[in-house]
Design a binder for this molecule. Structure first.
Ligand code: GLA
Length: 731
C-alpha cells in the first residue's frame, strides 16, 4: 500500500520506496504538513513533533479562533496556505470573491484514497499504465462562506520515488470566484538549512546551474513570457548545504507546464521554508463561474537522500517512462541530419538531396528540412502561417522532395512554426485579428513575427486542419515544431474584459489540445520540439514531444554546460544534440570532429552541417560515431547517468552512462581548459559491478569494477577541448 491513513491520529502517510510525505489533519480541520523525506513506517505521536502550542506563540502572532486550542497559523507547516487568517508567509492560494474580499478558509471535509492516477482534462500530466502502479489521495477542503471547494490531489508511485500533486478548485457557491494565485506544489519545511538550486540562461546558453544558500525572504525564478523560457526553467531543487552528487538531502520540484510560471522559496523570520511552484500569479486571473472547476498543472516532486545524482536518475526514468508517451517512447530514434546550419534559407531541392545523399552514405537515417520551404520565405520577415511549399525551392512540391529522399532509403522530416504568423503573409491578410494583441495598441514583433492566438478555438482548429492535411498527403515521419518568440500585448479578440488575464493560460490549453490531437492522429510521426533552441524545455512539452532541441548553441564546449545543466532534471533521451560545422556558428570556436561527436552522443544524436564539406579523415570519424550511436544508444539513453565531473565545478567534464545490467559503461572525458604540465586527476567511476572485470574496447586494458570505482582512472589535461570515449564491457 502506498498511502496509509492512520485514522486514530488523523495522519496520512504517502510512501514511495524510500520516502514518506506525511500530512496531518489538525483539529479535524486543517491539513498540515508534517514530514517529507526519509520513509517512515509508523506515525505514532507524530503530531506532537509539529505543534507549537499557543502559549509558546510569539506575542505578535495572531491566534485563530477556528480551532479548539487556538493556534497561530503563522508557525504551522501547511499543505495549502491561504491568505488573510494569520499566516503572513507567501500563500499558495489567493482569490477574490464577489463581495470584493480576498480571505479564504479551506478546511478539511474528507478524503479518498484509490488505486491509479487521474488525468487532468485539458492539462498534460504524468500517467500510469496500470492502476496497480500508483495510489492517489484526494483531500477535500471547503470554504463554507463562499462555497469554494478545493481538492488536493497527490499520486504516489509504488516503485518510484516520485510524488505528483495538483490542486483543483470547484466553485460550489452562488457567485463567480476570481482565482489569482493557484500554485501546484507547496512544501513547508521547519528549517532554512538548504541551498536553492535553479537553472537560468538565455538564448544559446540555457540551463546554467546556480546554487545559493537560502536567505530570509523570497528567492524565486519565474517567467512572464508565456513560455517556460530560456531564462529560467521551472525545475528547481532544495539541497542540504553539504549535498553532493552522492550524499545529502535533495528535493526536486518540476512543473508539467510550458507557460509562465513561478518556482521558489520563501523563508520567514522563524527560519521556516516554503518551497513552491505553479502558474505565475503575475498578470494571471481566472474567473471561475458557478459549477466550474479549475485544475492546476501538475507538479512532480522527488526526494533523494543520496544527493543530486539519485534525484536526477529518478527524474530521468520517470520522464522517459511516465511523462513521454507514444510510439517512440521505447524506441531508439533515427540518426538525423538537419540542413539549417548548412544552408539557412538558401537551398534548392537538389541541394537538400545532395546533403541527404552524402549523409546516407555515412549511415544517417533521416533528412530534416528546416525553415524556408514554404510561402516565399527567403528570410525571417515573411510567410509564417502560409504552410504550402515554395515552388521556387520545391518545384515538385513536398511530394517530389520526399520521394527523392525516400528513394535514397531515408526518412523525411519537416520544420514548422505553427504558433506564429508573419505580418507579411496571406494568413495575416485574411485574419489580422488571429494574433495575440490588445485593441488600439501597436503589436510588438519578435524575430519579425506575431503569435497566433491559441486561446481561440477557431485558430487551433485551423492549425489542426492545415497540418493534418499536410501529414495525410505526405510521407512525413518527423516534425520539428519550433516557437521563436515570447508573448507581448497579451490579449485575445474573443475574450471579455474580465477574462483577458486568462489569455496566456488559455493559450497553453489550446496548444496542448493541438499537440495532443496531432499526436493521436499521426502516431507514426516522431515529434521534436524547439523554441529558439531550448526555450520551452519543460515537462509539459515532453507529454507531446519525443525530444527537444536543447539549444541553438551547437558548440561542443558550450554544450557541455548546457547538457550538464539540463541533465539535473531531464534525461539524455530527450535532449536533441547535433554535430555542427567549425568554426562554430555561434561561438566561432574550433573543436575537432571527435569532440563534437562525443558531446552529441550524450544526447539525441544527429548532424547539422553539410557532410560533403568534411575531409576523408573526418568522414571516417562520422561513420564511426554513427556506429557507436547505433550500438550504444540504449546505454546513452536508458542507462544510468553519472555526472562524474561537472563543467560548473571543474576544467573537465566527465559523463558516465551505465547499462541497467551493469554490463557496459561508456565514459566520456572532456577537457574544457588545457593546462600544460597539469597533475593527473582521478576519474572515479560509479554504478559498476565491483566484482566484475571490465575490458576497455579500444585499448584492451582490463580493470576491476572496484578499482574503477574506488581508485579511478587518471587523466591529465594537456590541451584545450580534447575528448576521449571509453567503452567498458564486462568480461
Ligand atoms: C530557430 C531554431 C533553429 C532553426 C531556426 C529556423 O532558431 O532553434 O534550430 O530551426 O529557428 O528559423
Amino acid at each position: 500500500m502506498a498511502i496509509y491513513f492512520d485514522e486514530q491520529n488523523k495522519v496520512i502517510n504517502l510512501q514511495t520506496p524510500d520516502t514518506s510525505y506525511i500530512i496531518g489533519i489538525y483539529d479535524d480541520k486543517l491539513p498540515v504538513h508534517i514530514h517529507y523525506g526519509k520513509r517512515l513506517e509508523k506515525t505514532y505521536g507524530i503530531f506532537e513533533m509539529l505543534d507549537v502550542p499557543a502559549e509558546h506563540a510569539n506575542t505578535c502572532d495572531v491566534v485563530s479562533k477556528d480551532f479548539s486550542d487556538g493556534i497561530t497559523l503563522n508557525t504551522k507547516l501547511l499543505e495549502l496556505p491561504t491568505y488573510g487568517t494569520g499566516d503572513y508567509r507567501m500563500p499558495a492560494f489567493h482569490a477574490q470573491y464577489e463581495d470584493g474580499s480576498t480571505i479564504t478558509k479551506l478546511y478539511y471535509t474528507g478524503h479518498k484514497i484509490y488505486d491509479g492516477k487521474p488525468g487532468l482534462e485539458n492539462m498534460p500530466s504524468s500517467y500510469v499504465e496500470d492502476d496497480s502502479e500508483a495510489q492517489t489521495l484526494e483531500l477535500y477542503l471547503k470554504d463554507e462562506l463562499t462555497g469554494l471547494k478545493a481538492v488536493l490531489c497527490y499520486t504516489v508511485y509504488n516503485d518510484r520515488n516520485v510524488i505528483t500533486r495538483s490542486n483543483w478548485f470547484v466553485n460550489e457557491g452562488k457567485a463567480p470566484v476570481y482565482l489569482q494565485r493557484v500554485y501546484s506544489g507547496c512544501i513547508d519545511f521547519d528549517s532554512k538549512e538548504f541551498d536553492f538550486v535553479h537553472f537560468y540562461g538565455a538564448w544559446a546558453r540555457e540551463r546554467t546551474m546556480q546554487r545559493t544558500p537560502l536567505i530570509n525572504g523570497l528567492q524565486s525564478v519565474d517567467s512572464s513570457r508565456g513560455a517556460s523560457s530560456h531564462h529560467h526553467n521551472p525545475f528547481v531543487c532544495l539541497a542540504s548545504h553539504h549535498a553532493t552528487e552522492d550524499t545529502g538531502d535533495v528535493y526536486g520540484m518540476n512543473l508539467v507546464y510550458s507557460g509562465s510560471f513561478e518556482s521558489g522559496v520563501y523563508v520567514d523570520t522563524y527560519n521556516k521554508t516554503r518551497f513552491f511552484t505553479g502558474i505565475n500569479p503575475f498578470d494571471f486571473e481566472w474567473k471561475l463561474d458557478c459549477g466550474e472547476m479549475f485544475r492546476t498543472p501538475e507538479c512532480v516532486m522527488v526526494y533523494s537522500d543520496e544527493g543530486f545524482g539519485k534525484m536526477s536518475r529518478t527524474y530521468h526514468e520517470f520522464v522517459r517512462e511516465r511523462i513521454c508517451r507514444g510510439k517512440y517512447r521505447d524506441l531508439e530514434r533515427p540518426v538525423l541530419i538537419n540542413n539549417w546550419e548548412a544552408t539557412r534559407f538558401d537551398f534548392t531541392e537538389d541541394k537538400i538531396v545532395a546533403i541527404a545523399t552524402k549523409a546516407k552514405e555515412m549511415g544517417v537515417e533521416l533528412m530534416v528540412l528546416d525553415d524556408g520551404w514554404f510561402g516565399c520565405r527567403n528570410d525571417d520577415f515573411t510567410s509564417l502561417g502560409d504552410w504550402f511549399p515554395d515552388p521556387a525551392k520545391l518545384p515538385e512540391g513536398l511530394g517530389g522532395m520526399i520521394e527523392r529522399i525516400n528513394a535514397l532509403g531515408m526518412k523525411f522530416g519537416l520544420w514548422f512554426e505553427p504558433e506564429m504568423i508573419s505580418e507579411k503573409s496571406r494568413l495575416y491578410e485574411k485574419h489580422p485579428d488571429w494574433c495575440l494583441h490588445v485593441k488600439g495598441r501597436s503589436r510588438s514583433e519578435g524575430r519579425n513575427q506575431l503569435i497566433l492566438d491559441y486561446s481561440r478555438e477557431d485558430v487551433c482548429d485551423y492549425i489542426i486542419d492545415i497540418l493534418s492535411d499536410i501529414f495525410e498527403k505526405n510521407n512525413i515521419e518527423y516534425i520539428k515544431w519550433d516557437m521563436n518568440r515570447n508573448m507581448t500585448e497579451i490579449g485575445s479578440a474573443v475574450l471579455p474584459a474580465d477574462r483577458q488575464r486568462e489569455t496566456a493560460h488559455r493559450y497553453m490549453i489550446g496548444l496542448y489540445r493541438v499537440l495532443g490531437t496531432l499526436k493521436k492522429r499521426f502516431p507514426h510521426i516522431l515529434m521534436e520540439g524547439c523554441s529558439g533552441g531550448g526555450g520551452r524545455f519543460d515537462l509539459g512539452m515532453f507529454c507531446y514531444f519525443d525530444q527537444f532541441w536543447t539549444s541553438d548553441d551547437s558548440d561542443a564546449v558550450e554544450r557541455q554546460y548546457i547538457q550538464t545543466g539540463t541533465s539535473y532534471g531531464y534525461p539524455t533521451m530527450v535532449m536533441g544534440a547535433h554535430v555542427s560545422a567549425c568554426p562554430n556558428h555561434q561561438t566561432g570556436r574550433m573543436t575537432d570532429i571527435t569532440t563534437r561527436g562525443h558531446v552529441a552522443l550524450g544526447g539525441q544524436f544527429g548532424y547539422e552541417l553539410d557532410l560533403a564539406t568534411l575531409s576523408e579523415e573526418e568522414l571516417k570519424e562520422v561513420k564511426h560515431q554513427i556506429a557507436i550511436c547505433k550500438e550504444f544508444n540504449t546505454v546513452f539513453h536508458k542507462g544510468d547517468m553519472y555526472r562524474i565531473k561537472s563543467p560548473f565545478e571543474s576544467d573537465m567534464t566527465v559523463w558516465e552512462f551505465v547499462s541497467k545490467d551493469q554490463s557496459t559503461a561508456i565514459v566520456e572525458i572532456f577537457t574544457l581548459k588545457g593546462t600544460p604540465d597539469s597533475a593527473s586527476e582521478s576519474i572515479v567511476l560509479k554504478g559498476l559491478d565491483p566484482t566484475a572485470v571490465y575490458v576497455e574496447r579500444y585499448s584492451g586494458r582490463k580493470y576491476s569494477g572496484e578499482a574503477l570505482m574506488y581508485i579511478g582512472l587518471k587523466r591529465t589535461r594537456p590541451r584545450d577541448f580534447r575528448s576521449e570515449l571509453l567503452i567498458l564491457e564486462r568480461e
